[in-house]
Write a protein that binds this ligand. Sequence first.
Ligand SMILES: Cc1cc2nc3c(=O)[nH]c(=O)nc-3n(C[C@H](O)[C@H](O)[C@H](O)COP(=O)(O)O)c2cc1C
Length: 329
Amino acid sequence: MRKLLAVIFILIMIVPAAIAEETVSEPRILVAYLSRAGENYNVGTVKEGSASAAYAGYIEKGNTAILAETIAEATGGDLFAITTVIPYPDDYATMLQAAQDEIDTDARPELAGTVENMDDYGVIFIGYPIWHGRMPQAIYTFLESYDLSGKTVIPFNTHEGSGQSGTQQVIANALPGSTVLQGLAVRGKTAQEDPDQTQALVNEWLEGLGMKRANTEEAQVLAAYEAIQQAMIDKDIETLDRLYLDGTTFTHMSGKIQTKKEFFGEIADGTLNYFRYVIHDPQITVEGNEATLSASVALTAKVYGASGTWTLPVNTHFTKIDGQWYAHN
Ligand SMILES: Cc1cc2nc3c(=O)[nH]c(=O)nc-3n(C[C@H](O)[C@H](O)[C@H](O)COP(=O)(O)O)c2cc1C
């Protein structure tokens, strides 16, 4: 039985504030996408009584959303759904008109959410469906909402015959300060109905761009650690509980030791709030099913009433069980 000595630090206010200056070894990846569930062309199940039933079926999840998930999985990127304050109509015929109206007025539909930590991302994948030969106007709103200069931007889209329809150039023109790389266009029907083919297309494209995360054990350990950090931010206790082995303890720098239940309880009840993390210089060693991740992690948080960004040394152990890496002391 491993000695369950606490090695994971939780922020408390006596930790001196310091922001590390080293560069992150791998740029963080964002996969932002706009996609619409509901009635669409050439996919889904026809709904009885629908005015558009002659040519459109109903889908639970949009085609571009499925493509975005495949890309996020392959790159280790974070997903962000671009949504509008006024939701798009479910009905296909109404949607066709709504999209046309947006084009006619060169609209900038107001977006319902923001990427709070855009500065953290070096690579932004931007996904959308083709509507009337163009990208949705809400993609312009998205591009105009952030300073993406200096970042790498990679478009991807779904369509039913139009391909990219010139949208990559439109994005490159809109972002003169960004590096816009070769995008990927996939048929909506393929994304919706053929996951193997979708994955193959995505992998081939990413390999060409040199963007596919190598599926090494080290990369998987880093992905598990990133998933933990994201779950802390999201207050996703279920994921935290799953990724930390039972018996793991957490030590405050004051020396106070907490069980999983106590630590997660304070995340859930708002005592501990994490907003952002940057992993600097991760060093990962793997021996069989055991691994260690050492890094310095800059965490922006509000803990026990104190807000700030603290850089902490991290030394976390992982064990691989049934193909998944789990963290523990
Ligand atoms: C309003 C509207 C306009 C569309 N216009 C085109 C088009 O011009 N060319 C094309 O190939 N597909 C067109 N499509 C099909 C969509 O691009 C395709 O179904 C896409 O996969 C939808 O993605 P989503 O499910 O993520 O919204 C259109 C679909 C809608 C709803």
